[in-house]
Design a protein around this ligand. Structure first.
Ligand code: NAG
Ligand code: NAG
Ligand code: NAG
Length: 416
């Protein structure tokens, strides 16, 4: 996200000494179950049990989850919206998935020293039941989960996600001819004690501060006294290829927009994501300590090992829940997820007989996600270097390839 990076750095009056890495992770699997219930068993050591990762850096065996986007056809049927590569995520085209960033905080915060995530650390960002923009505008959290509406091949204006005219907290109301990007600023303040409380969220908090027009409050503000320990700032983006659905005939005649999240959310306010820390050893800490170039380009962080996009895309996880969730029109959203438009919070369906708590003994083969060519370029082609884009000629430094079994790195989940 070139524009965001440039702005974030230009807001800094002192030489840049804070770390920053940015890298793609392709899609591992799409299926419907509660990630915290079935797959995120805290006793699983992801770094030790994973045999591959869909992420650029092979040290990252973390789980990143998101709700799945569906398009609702005027005839009432639903089809999953594909994910596509973000700009500057090459060389090579990732098949679906996300872009992951880790940042160190910067002045003027007094919490400049980050503490690495601990093994077993998990968190959720956002609230799947939310159906209205109910976080006071003065709070940093009000801009933590947003959308950006792309037009054509333009990767967007300067400005931190959530803070430009192209950004919204709910679904963009109009057609985005280049697709829609979800933006997630995870909480970066920790209570220093709990790895994963029952609500998966009360152990962490967003920094305090008033969102400014540049969005830099995510970097420069202080942690609240209740959550004084500063974590690396995890930021995630997912680009949805909404381009096939941008015709007047496919849009509702009543002026609403046609996209819904898998949990029955037609507003977008219920957008959420989950994280399970799974970096090998102290690898993330090493990157945060030494990758200070400010470019975010994977090749500029030599303390980590990177694999090619082909190797990333080859890492796949078999489906464990026998259910059709994608690639064809469905009569209704998978599971017990009726459309609930709010503004009152959504309520779970009682006596749901479709709770995906049972998994098949033999995991089922899953089709590879479609390889989609995005409207923008994913790398910089030509001699010389570009300050903020990976060069298309860059070659992998990874020495190992593997096949997928347990401990996925990326799961795109339709939550229960
Ligand atoms: C998973 O969810 C089911 C149904 O909601 C519940 O009965 C079960 O205890 C949960 N399992 C875990 C490990 O949380
Ligand atoms: C709605 O339209 C899609 C696309 O043409 C089609 O595949 C689907 O079967 C239709 N659903 C109904 C209920 O007619
Ligand atoms: C990239 O590769 C092409 C073709 O092999 C070559 O012409 C070009 O000079 C290379 N650029 C860089 C920056 O290495």
């Amino acid at each position: 996200m070139r524009s965001f990076i440039a702005l974030a750095l230009s807001g800094c009056a002192v030489p840049i000494v804070h770390a920053f890495i940015r890298f793609p992770c392709s899609q591992l699997v799409t299926e419907r179950f509660d990630p915290f219930n079935l797959s995120m068993d805290p006793s699983i050591d992801l770094a030790a049990t994973s045999t591959c990762t869909t992420c650029r850096f092979i040290e990252d065996k973390s789980n990143y989850w998101t709700a799945v986007l569906y398009f609702k056809h005027p005839n009432g049927s639903y089809i999953r919206v594909n994910q596509m590569a973000n700009h500057n995520t090459g060389p090579g085209l990732q098949s679906g998935g996300m872009t992951i960033y880790y940042f160190q905080p910067q002045a003027p915060t007094k919490n400049l020293n980050i503490v690495p995530f601990q093994k077993g650390f998990r968190m959720i960002l956002g609230d799947p039941m939310r159906r209205t923009d109910n976080i006071p505008a003065g709070k940093t959290a009000s801009k933590a989960v947003t959308f950006r509406c792309f037009q054509g091949d333009d990767p967007g204006p300067f400005g931190s996600p959530g803070n430009t005219p192209q950004d919204t907290v709910g679904f963009p109301p109009n057609q985005c001819t280049g697709g829609i990007r979800s933006n997630f600023f995870f909480p970066q303040c920790w209570d220093g004690i709990n790895l994963d409380p029952p609500d998966h969220s009360s152990h962490v908090a967003q920094p305090e501060g008033t969102p400014g027009s540049d969005g830099l409050q995510f970097f420069g503000t202080d942690c609240p006294a209740s959550h004084p320990v500063r974590l690396p700032l995890l930021f995630m983006e997912i680009v949805w290829d909404t381009r096939p659905f941008n015709t007047a005939e496919l849009w509702p005649k009543d002026g609403t927009q046609p996209f819904v999240f898998s949990m029955g959310d037609p507003t977008g306010y219920g957008q959420h994501a989950d994280y399970v820390f799974g970096w090998e050893g102290d690898s993330l800490k090493r990157a945060m300590d030494t990758c200070l170039t400010g470019s975010g380009i994977p090749a500029d962080c030599p303390v980590l090992t990177w694999q090619s996009t082909e190797e990333m895309n080859r890492c796949r996880q078999a489906i464990k829940v026998e259910e059709v969730t994608e690639s064809q029109y469905l009569d209704r959203l998978p599971g017990c997820n009726p459309i609930q438009a709010g503004p009152a919070p959504a309520t779970p369906v009682q006596n749901c007989d479709a709770v995906a708590t049972t998994i098949t003994d033999a995991p089922l083969p899953t089709a590879d996600p479609e390889l989609i060519v995005p409207p923008w370029s994913v790398c910089y082609d030509g001699p010389g270097t570009h300050t903020l884009a990976p060069n298309c000629n860059a070659t992998s430094t990874a020495t190992e390839t593997a096949t997928s079994t347990v401990g996925p790195a990326i799961i795109t989940a339709a939550p229960a």
